[in-house]
Structures are given as structure tokens and as C-alpha cells.
Design a protein around this ligand. Structure first.
Ligand code: HEM
Length: 83
């Protein structure tokens, strides 16, 4: 999905972010990341928006929660509790 083309170090790619960075997007809380996937999301100055549910309205909130849990486990990135 967001992972294959990038190393865990590459950060300056335009467009789709590298979700494998240990200090990257997945350090946000579960609530925030889930909301951004479900509703869609565009950061300030970003060239490209994340489409709601990645463009697949058939996905359930449980599907999205499962994907997030999978990514956290696979990339070994926990939310940053200081935020
Ligand atoms: C179910 C499939 C997908 C999942 C689970 C997913 C997940 C994510 C996550 C976790 C983020 C970071 C959100 C944040 O910073 O809070 C993100 C951002 C983004 N995603 Fe996806 N994504 C999916 C599909 C897609 C697809 C199909 C596209 C492009 C067509 C896409 C384009 C983007 C872009 C451009 C951003 C950055 C938006 C910005 O910061 O302005 N995503 N995605």
C-alpha cells in the first residue's frame, strides 16, 4: 500500500507519505489516524489528498482499524503518547 517503494528513511517524496518512518504519520494517536483514513485528509500545503477510506466505501471502520493495527505491528510504530 504505502510501503513497498520506499525505504524506512525516505522522507521527501511528494504525494503519498512514507508510513514506515518511525517518527512519521503513524506516531499520531489511533483516533486521529483512524479519523484521517475514514474521512480523508489533506495536510497544509500538501499536493495530494488521502481519499476517504482510500477510495473504497465498502471498507468498514473495523477493516480500517485492522489495517492500522497491521501497519503498527509490521512497521513497529506505536502512537506517541506525549501528543
Ligand atoms: C485503505 C487504503 C489506505 C489506507 C489504510 C491509507 C492510510 C493512510 C494514512 C494512515 C495516512 C496518514 C494520515 C495522517 O497523516 O494522519 C495516509 C495519507 C495519505 N494517503 Fe492514504 N491510505 C490508503 C489509500 C490511499 C490511496 C488509494 C491514496 C491515493 C490515491 C492515498 C493517498 C494518500 C495521501 C496523498 C496521503 C497524504 C495526505 C496529506 O497529508 O495531505 N491513500 N494514508
Amino acid at each position: 500500500m504505502h510501503r513497498l517503494p520506499w525505504s524506512r528513511r525516505q522522507r521527501n517524496n511528494p504525494g503519498v507519505p512514507n508510513l514506515t518512518l518511525v517518527d512519521g504519520r503513524l506516531t499520531k494517536s489511533d483516533d486521529t489516524v483512524l479519523k484521517n483514513i475514514v474521512d480523508g485528509f489533506q495536510s497544509e500545503g500538501s499536493l495530494m489528498a488521502m481519499p476517504p477510506k482510500g477510495g473504497n466505501p465498502d471498507l468498514t471502520e473495523q477493516d480500517i482499524a485492522d489495517v492500522l493495527a497491521y501497519m503498527r505491528k509490521e512497521y513497529n510504530i506505536a502512537p506517541n503518547t506525549e501528543e
